[in-house]
Design a protein around this ligand. Structure first.
Ligand code: DLZ
Length: 165
């Protein structure tokens, strides 16, 4: 994972489909809210930049990153959105708690994708330090929220293209 070489906000604008007829759910963790708020802003702005209507972007908060799985699952079950973006930030502490939260959340989000109903986009920052998180929510390495928004749009388009085969 050579993120030091990659700016998360760099992408080819023309490669992103128009999102005017797409609906998105965004689940945001309240933990490390300064970081997750900046990620949310990046995702929201990028979705609208590509044509998504503000009224078609539904934002919900959950207490912590571990709850992103349930929060995303609820959006999937609602059948009201074409993609879900799960946004969280876990900072490594002194105990193995970090590993359990990261592993559980990642596994849970992956399992939602295996079900294949609605793409669930992985917007979880897993950082050793707060500085690393700041670099990735609008700092020198861009904003992972931008990357998640672009990925969400592309995955909705992908699902539609496969459904149309
Ligand atoms: C408990 C906890 C800790 C220690 N650290 C974080 C963190 O850095 N980032 C985060 O999103 N959530 C953290 N949490 C909360 C857990 O994700 C979860 O909300 C609680 O364990 C309750 O299920």
């Amino acid at each position: 994972m050579a993120s030091a070489l990659h700016n998360l906000s760099d992408y080819d604008f023309a490669s992103v489909p128009n999102a005017a007829d797409m609906k998105f759910g965004i689940v945001v963790s309240e933990w490390n809210s300064k970081i997750t708020g900046a990620l949310l802003q990046g995702a929201f702005d990028t979705l609208t930049r590509h044509g998504a209507k503000e009224e078609n972007i539904f934002v919900k908060t959950v207490p912590g990153s571990f709850e992103l799985v349930f929060g995303s699952s609820a959006f999937v079950k609602s059948a009201k959105v074409d993609a879900v973006i799960a946004i969280g930030c876990v900072i490594k502490g002194d105990t193995p708690h970090f590993d359990y939260i990261c592993q559980g959340t990642t596994q849970g989000l992956a399992e939602l994708n295996v079900k294949g109903e609605v793409p669930v986009i992985y917007g979880l920052l897993t950082c050793n330090t707060m500085e690393q998180a700041e670099e990735r929510c609008g700092g020198m390495l861009g904003n992972k929220g931008d990357e998640c928004a672009v990925t969400a749009i592309k995955m909705v388009d992908y699902k539609r293209s496969v459904s149309a085969l």
